[in-house]
Design a protein around this ligand. Structure first.
Ligand code: TYC
Length: 101
């Protein structure tokens, strides 16, 4: 007799995905001095003068610039610290975060 019993075909696949990284974004404004933006980028994001200047100029010209990507926690902490550094001097300097696609 042919075996007509259907065998269960369910396979359990374990899917491991990397946690999504989050971008820290520098937002342009009309008041924060360029040199101060560069100083904050250097101190909070360990950038060289050259890298910091390029990021600052890009935000200045285009409105925003991605500074770097980190895990969610690190991105949020760094964005807050950098924004607070501006606020401490009375500047409206703003760093935001958003998840990468
Ligand atoms: N636009 C500012 C100025 O002309 C400089 C600046 C650049 C401020 C980038 C914020 O994210 C920024 N003084």
């Amino acid at each position: 007799m042919p075996d007509t019993t259907a065998k269960p075909k369910t396979k359990v696949k374990t899917k491991v995905e990397r946690p999504r990284l989050h971008k820290v974004i520098l937002v342009n404004d009309d008041y924060t001095p360029r040199e101060f933006v560069v100083t904050v980028l250097k101190s909070e994001f360990r950038m060289t003068e050259d890298q910091a200047h390029k990021v600052m100029i890009t935000a200045h010209r285009r409105g925003v610039c991605v500074v770097a990507v980190f895990t969610k926690d690190v991105a949020e902490t760094k964005a807050t610290r950098a924004t607070d550094a501006g606020r401490a001097k009375g500047y409206p300097l703003l760093f935001t975060t958003e998840p990468e696609e």
